[in-house]
Design a protein around this ligand. Structure first.
Ligand code: 5GP
Length: 189
């Protein structure tokens, strides 16, 4: 056993790489890990709950909070704004728990600037073909939105060298184990 320290983990990677499922599985196994609720200007999907899935804000309200300096990072992703509120991060870190942020690549690099000690983890799909199949299978995207997400995925993959760790999400169970291993390893160091 031995000493562990709370750390800020930032998980990102292309939309459809399976970050959401992966992080949910890891959280089920590591219940002490905090999770922040992000803010977004996109509309809720069926079943999403305000304050749990996201804080769903109007563009004006989002901008007001940007101007007030309330975000630790924010970015335009797939035509909408997404951001992590400082209050969400502080709430978790002051409670002494490690924290996972699941955010896009631009946001992850902003966190790196502000909190250099953050551990950046890239979730990589096995290939762009598999990524396209997964996004289609999810049935939540129009063809336009799918094309946008795939173009963004290529841009995001180009930034993989800026990350501390990479997990290839081919087999979900193996990816869960790899992510848990990375978290435990960094908490010990
Ligand atoms: P979705 O619309 O599918 O829920 O999320 C689209 C993308 O937005 C995902 O790739 C997700 O990682 C990213 N995202 C979600 N929350 C945040 C956030 O707080 N900040 C940033 N920069 N990206 C986020």
């Amino acid at each position: 056993m031995g000493e562990t320290t709370s750390k800020l983990f930032v998980v990102s990677g292309p939309s459809g790489a399976g970050k959401g499922t992966l992080v949910a599985r890891v959280r089920a196994e590591l219940p002490d890990l905090g999770l922040t609720v992000s803010a977004t200007t996109r509309s809720p999907r069926a079943g999403e709950v305000d304050g749990t899935s996201y804080y769903f804000l109007t563009p004006d309200e989002f901008q007001r909070r940007v101007d007030a300096g309330e975000f630790i990072e924010w970015a335009h992703v797939h035509g909408n704004c997404y951001g992590t509120l400082k209050s969400e991060v502080e709430r978790n870190l002051s409670a002494g728990s490690s924290l996972i942020l699941e955010i896009d690549v631009q946001g992850a690099l902003q966190v790196r600037e502000r909190m250099p000690e953050a551990v950046l983890i890239f979730i990589k799909p096995p290939s762009l073909e598999v990524l396209a199949e997964r996004l289609r299978g999810r049935g939540t995207e129009t063809e336009d939105s799918l094309a946008l997400r795939l173009a963004n995925a290529e841009r995001e993959l180009a930034l993989i060298d800026r990350y501390d760790e990479v997990v290839v999400n081919d087999d979900l169970d193996e990816a869960v184990d790899a992510l848990i291993g990375i978290i435990k390893n960094h908490e010990r160091s």
